[in-house]
Design a protein around this ligand. Sequence first.
Ligand code: FRU
Length: 497
Amino acid sequence: MNNVLEKQQYYTEKYRPQYHFSPEKNWMNDPNGMVFYEGEYHLFYQYHPHGTTWGPMHWGHAVSKDLVYWEHLPIGLAPDEHGMIFSGSAVVDWNDSSGLFEGKSGLVAIFTHADTYPETNRARQRQSIAYSKDHGRTWIKYAGNPVLQEEHITDFRDPKVFWHRETNRWVMVVASGQTIRMYTSINLISWEFASEFGESEGSHQGVWECPDLFELPVDKDPNQKKWVLFVSIGDNPNLQEGSRTQYFTGDFDGRTFLNDNSPETVLWIDHGRDNYAGVSWSDVPYEDGRRIYIGWMSNWRYANVTPTKEWRSAMTLPRVVELQSTEEGNRLVQKPIQEVQRLRTNHVSIQNKVIKPGTNLLNNMKSNTFEILAEFEITSETEFGFKVCKGENEETIIGYEVENQSVFVSRNHSGEGIFHQAFAGKHESKLVPENNKITLHIFVDQSSVEVFGNQGRVVITDLIFPSEENKAMELYVKEGDVTLHSLEFYSLKSTWR
Ligand code: FRU
């Protein structure tokens, strides 16, 4: 009987996400070591197993067959004589280049060991490896760790490794102060410095962390490819945004990255506050062809004090990234992975309605775990959109301002917010209508909102902490009117029960 009860109550705590990944208990930050191997997607994550705030870092571990339903596994890597286990990546060593797998294939994790230089307080961050011969269930730390150190660099962390076919080498991108250093290797064990990128490029508002570098076709054309470099930027107390992630597009020859844009160009992957340290899955099968990433759905500004009790933090939905050519150059677009569609239930569909002030088409609907796809045609200079997780004194607004061509999420009155003065706010981005239309693809999951505007050209990811009972929704227009071409609403099932 207890078992049944426990099952029913599993993942039902206040604010607990129902279809996003969160640890069963305790603190989580960056996603780590994401790799697909023999039918399983692995997700490791920065984990403090003994508390709900940041502490001695381990790699937590979960696996999934579809990136939707996750199975929690025991801790993958724990601190040792070289220190804590900071962020990093994992790859399949298909041809046993490392010599660790007796000629077979296996998994190699490449991560940062973090401690301090002997008899000082100066941080020491060095790159190490571990390997697994049993599909990531157990890990052996390499006896010769660390495999890469640079004594003159203090912030030196978060190695992301991939195989570069053209040069027949492994490439490591690793954050180094406010640049990205690149190294190459033939065996994942000895690393040779290749180049350094970024000294005067992009945003330098904080320490650089968690890089990722991968190639994508432009406009889905396999003959036209470009490289994308993700760089997360740590919290700068002088700015309101907290921690966030920028990206560059350019060329990469196996050793050196060349930025396509002018050095002062800054491109953000997300215009909300809660998408950090995102990196992509390694070894997704060639036939699948997707580049899939996931981010940590929080912000260092307030991550340690968000109002959850049993656990702290969730990941974003896994997202597919693509490059699209625009007048300004190639730009990243993001879409939720299509596998999430299997959670859809309770479909409501509305077509061709002129929305006027003072009415609410969604009057009868209640949910805080759902998805909406909507297409609007702009017919007057107004503001329109959705109010979600709505109660007497609470609402989160996902809106569009026609005059400024701006899409926004306002969590000014979204619920609990006093835990940090930087939490409340309205987060916006330019979204230019196409043929006078805009689309909004929205995911709400108890304590988060993800908005994909115009097929993922703009994304806003924000945490919210509304009261449990506030599940009403409204489709609003401020003045004038707007035409709703189509609206599809789905409740989404829990993946945890
Ligand atoms: C990014 C980060 C990484 C580091 C890890 C420590 O959020 O600061 O640079 O490896 O978190 O938990």
